[in-house]
Design a protein around this ligand. Sequence first.
Ligand code: EPU
Length: 417
Amino acid sequence: MDKLVIEGGVPLQGEVRIAGAKNATLPLMAAALLAEGKTIVKNAPDLFDVLTMGRVIERLGADVQRHDHTMEIDATSLDNFEAPYELVKTMRASVYVLGALLGRCGKARVSLPGGCAWGPRPIDIHLKGIQALGAEIDLDHGYIVADAPKLKGTRFFLDFPSVGATINILLAAVKAEGETVLENVAREPEVTNLVRVLNKMGAKIEGEKTSTLRITGVDGLNPVTCSVIPDRIEAGTYLAAAGLTAGDVLLLGAEPEHLTMVLAKAAEAGIKITVTTEGIRVESDGNLRSVDVETAIYPGFATDMQAQWITLMTGAHGVSLITDIIYPDRFTHVPELMRLGARISMKDNVARVHGPSQLRGAQVMSTDLRASASLVIAALAASGRTDISRIYHLDRGYERLEEKFSQLGARIKREHE
Ligand code: EPU
């Protein structure tokens, strides 16, 4: 297993190119299954989760080729309807093939993803929506078995605007007969990216960026060339790192519209934010003010930025309260940050961060993707050496992380444990 060794204390300086968004790429890969022929996905990040999704759709019969950041998915002949446990358990988003397989073939057998390190993360809304479209769903030995010779348009209200449920139901609905109205859908940019690509493929979806999607079913979709939006969470992670290390970093290609809340909060914390034609410039003198955040659905503060924000606030003067209402148990990074000298107390789903703390290097452990990112940020600001083990989590969602931070002047290297 690999670990990261970081000698902290260097203010980050320079430019970093923001990669395509992991969470936008995965739904596009599932969408490619809806069309016979070759779909080309540009700006696809080179990440372990993208590789896993590639394996899932290859299992179904698709051919997946990669050249740098361009992915070609040929889904002309699908000959299998099963997404097996050994793949789905490693990445929950594999469950997107449920909607896509129903749309393309009228049947699917997909492993239930199971729990996650920070909570149960149910998929009940995915299943209810797909049932509302007329699919019969059975649970069989840990698998969702779905059957729908012909999906039918419907009106469905999501109990919560879940990103994954919106994507899964949408993938099934685009080819359902007649009109489908999905209310209370997620409006995250990754959903909008998918809606636009599906429309390019020939789907008829109205209401992009709103809470209601109106879909007129079509008989078939065509393969297209499409592009992945920049990763707003990767951008936010580099922003927090620049902020805490008193750095000056240009986030090349970052999309300010997708980061409105994070940028507003960063400015409130005393970080200078300048939007340029090339991206977003982040300048910090290290003199940070405490700022409370509460996670919310888009365009609110993303739960995927919660861990990084806690870390940033360890360097801020005063007390900041960070509340996660989307995933109330997503705080496995807190005890690890405390090993680095952060002063944080927890009550239910609220972290109270007392700052500023001079962080000091220590041995810590990654527990999940964003928790790992928060430890990297802390280590970059800490005095002395930090060893972060179990970094395979980082490889799921951050492309060439140590290389990118090195280019910004950080002393960071990967070692085999
Ligand atoms: N929920 C339900 N039932 C469902 C689905 C969701 O109760 O059927 C609840 C969840 O338990 C949670 C809330 O709804 O409390 C939000 O979950 P959502 O379905 O929106 O999350 P997701 O689709 O499973 C995606 C991202 C996550 C990100 C969340 C929230 C992908 C592949 N994953 O997950 O990203 O945290 O949206 O924005 O897009 C990450 O990248 O590190 C990551 C975990």
